[in-house]
Write a protein that binds this ligand. Structure first.
Ligand code: F6P
Length: 471
């Protein structure tokens, strides 16, 4: 059993992606890039006196070089896990198996494939989780609170509990949780290991009650007996948008500049009025359902020709997980469908789909500010923060067309135009409804959406998890 270090941290966070990453240029220079998000604001809110430590993974050449040179930020411990082990754990198990199960993305007849290759990758996933558990056990003061994040690290709570029974351990899932009928696609021993891994925590928390209930149902179906044992509590914390940060950031000069260029690309209708815009902002991720969104837009143009030349679909689809072929293919498909729509309907001065593929936060904020309708139509999504950020930042009100399968639906469903994400015709009708909504109603709904979206801002979300571990 590892012993508590005398000067150990009292609060620890563990996640695959950390708060900082390093880029290595050709001259061998390392540049640090700091990330944002709920955990970053939460940790900064508890202050340095808490002696917090964030354990994360070195993710690229820059990060690995930083670890080798001993370059780092105070309070961040980056683990340089062997690259092949990390690739198997992250690309193989976390992103190709656990992500696919929870987002119900497998397509028969070829998937899933649980063969010898899968077992080898699973061994890497265990090794990767063990490296985190050991680092956390070394860094933690006696009785410290440890917040383990997401599907990359589901085995950590149990492993850490065995190393350090004195710790208070929480696990937080940022994804949906699959219902038992789907979850049980995993080989029985693996399904049980995933659940028992998380149940090593004092508290397992989720973004919505729906995902928490699915986890409880899986525990009952797979483990039998009472399912969740009395030692583990289940919690729900619906991460909200950071209104102060977003409103400040959305009015900086680079966002104004991006608004200017997007407006130019959207252009004016034949009657001289500014065209309407349907915006979307996503990682190019299979669960985000970008292609069906494009097809719904195409159907809108087909069924209601009066919208032709009067509307533009601004789709910001940023690269994600490009090591995986299925993601690269999806990116190609998004581009293919967008250009097919443009060839079919476009005119000399109207480009129906404006597609941007380069990640640019200022451009995302510009799209949030000027969009008339925001399309958020994932097949399944843990929460979806775009749905929460748009109403906070929108200049004149924006209609939210929202999938009922996004976690955000629980809080925003009443004031959104709700869609079944598989139904292209229904989504086309929802886009029409959004574009046709009277300005007054649109503004009123946006105001209510913004209030609901900011109910639990990132700092409060983080502190609520810490407080709940104390109870
Ligand atoms: O839970 C999903 C998540 O981990 C999010 O926190 C994040 O938006 C996304 O996946 C990022 O994925 P990756 O780290 O693979 O780029």
């Amino acid at each position: 059993m590892a012993s508590a270090s005398a000067n150990g941290a009292h609060v620890l966070v563990a996640s695959n992606r950390g708060p900082v990453s390093y880029a290595l240029d050709e001259s061998g220079e390392l540049t640090a890039r700091r990330g944002g998000g709920g955990l970053v604001s939460g940790l900064s809110a508890i202050g340095p006196e808490a002696g917090a430590v964030w354990v994360c993974s070195a993710l690229g050449d820059g990060d690995r070089e930083a670890v080798r040179r001993g370059v780092g930020e105070p309070g961040v411990r980056m683990l340089d896990i062997d690259a092949a082990t990390h690739a198997d754990a992250y690309n193989g198990i976390a992103n190709s198996v656990l992500w696919f199960v929870h987002h119900m993305l497998y397509q028969t007849p070829l998937e899933p494939v649980f063969d010898a290759g899968f077992r080898r990758q699973w061994a890497s996933y265990e090794a990767y989780n063990r490296a985190f558990a050991e680092a956390l056990a070394e860094e933690a003061a006696r009785g410290a609170a440890v917040l383990v994040q997401d599907y990359h690290l589901v085995l950590v709570p149990r492993m850490l509990r065995e190393l350090r029974p004195d710790l208070r351990i929480g696990h937080f899932s940022h994804t949906p949780w699959a219902p038992p009928e789907y979850f049980r696609m995993l080989p029985d021993d693996i399904a049980a290991q995933v659940l028992r891994g998380i149940l090593g925590a004092d508290r397992a928390a989720f973004l919505t009650q729906r995902w928490a209930d699915a986890f409880t149902d899986c525990c009952q179906a797979v483990l039998g007996g009472p399912g969740v044992p009395s030692g583990t509590r289940i919690g729900v914390h619906g991460l909200g948008a950071d209104a102060d940060f977003l409103r400040r950031r959305a009015h900086e000069a680079d966002v104004d500049e991006r608004m200017g260029s997007l407006r130019e690309q959207i252009g004016t209708a034949p009657d001289g009025s500014p065209r309407r815009s349907i915006v979307r902002v996503d990682r190019t991720e299979l669960s985000k359902n970008i292609v069906r969104g494009l097809l719904a837009y195409e159907q809108l143009l087909e069924d209601r020709p009066s919208w032709r030349e009067r509307v533009v679909h601004v789709a910001l689809a940023y690269p994600s997980r490009q090591d995986l072929k299925v993601y690269r293919d999806y990116m190609d498909e998004v581009q293919r469908v967008a250009s097919a729509i443009n060839s079919r309907y476009g005119t000399a001065d109207w480009t129906p789909v404006v597609l941007h593929l380069k990640d640019d936060f200022a451009r995302s904020l510009a799209a949030y500010r000027l969009g008339d309708v925001a399309l958020v139509n994932p097949i399944r999504d843990g929460m979806n923060l775009v749905a929460k950020e748009v109403p906070v930042v929108s200049d004149e009100g924006c209609v939210l067309v929202l999938s009922r399968e996004a976690g955000a639906y629980e809080e925003l469903g009443e004031d959104a135009v709700v869609v079944n994400p598989y139904d292209i015709g229904g989504t086309a009708r929802a886009l029409h409804e959004g574009l046709s909504m009277a300005r007054g109603e649109r503004a009123e709904r946006t105001k209510r959406l913004a209030a609901a979206a900011t109910a639990l801002p990132p700092t409060q979300w983080f502190l609520a998890q810490l407080r709940a571990l104390d109870d």
